[in-house]
Design a protein around this ligand. Structure first.
Ligand code: DLZ
Length: 152
């Protein structure tokens, strides 16, 4: 029996962070969380790419993944439910699109997009009582990048 798991050492790994500008009060806190996590795990090679909204994340994540420059892509966005169908449509497309990028390119892509009913819930998930989903996505990216390298 072999147990194979990725370690959490970020030295030598290269990451791209794709951040949606919508709701950037919380989005910037997700970015801070992701950057802090990468640095504390020894990684100083990363680029940050801003896109208008979460809907635009998958295309840019795919282009970055296909560039061959990165070991993993970290996707950050904040979707807050409004009174219309818009939220469901954007949230669904964003989630499916981000997932497809990883499967289609073989480059790990992690999901730091928070989907919330209210501003308060978004604040809670971007650095207060429910943690920082940007940091969690960065940690998952380090583990997945190392795991993919191991598996080959
Ligand atoms: C249009 C829209 C709405 C209503 N809400 C959000 C949101 O909560 N979070 C987010 O990241 N983006 C939102 N957007 C913008 C879309 O993601 C997209 O940028 C626009 O529809 C332009 O394609």
């Amino acid at each position: 029996m072999a147990l194979i798991e990725g370690n959490l050492m970020g030295q030598g790994l290269r990451f791209a962070i794709v951040q949606a500008r919508w709701n950037d009060l919380m989005g910037n806190r997700l970015l801070e969380g992701a950057e802090d996590c990468l640095k504390r795990h020894g990684c100083d090679q990363y680029d940050v790419v801003k896109v208008p909204g979460s809907f635009e994340i998958p295309l840019i994540a795919k282009k970055l993944a296909l560039s061959g420059k990165y070991d993993a892509i970290i996707c950050l966005g904040v979707l807050i439910r409004g009174g219309t169908l818009h939220f469901e449509l954007i949230a669904g497309q964003t989630t499916n699109g981000i997932s497809a990028v990883g499967l289609e390119t073989g480059v790990p892509v992690t999901f730091g997009v928070i989907t919330c009913d209210s501003l308060e819930q978004a604040m809670e998930r971007s650095g207060s009582k429910a943690g920082n989903k940007g940091a969690e996505a960065a940690l998952a990216a380090i583990e997945m990048a190392n795991l993919v390298k191991q598996i080959g």
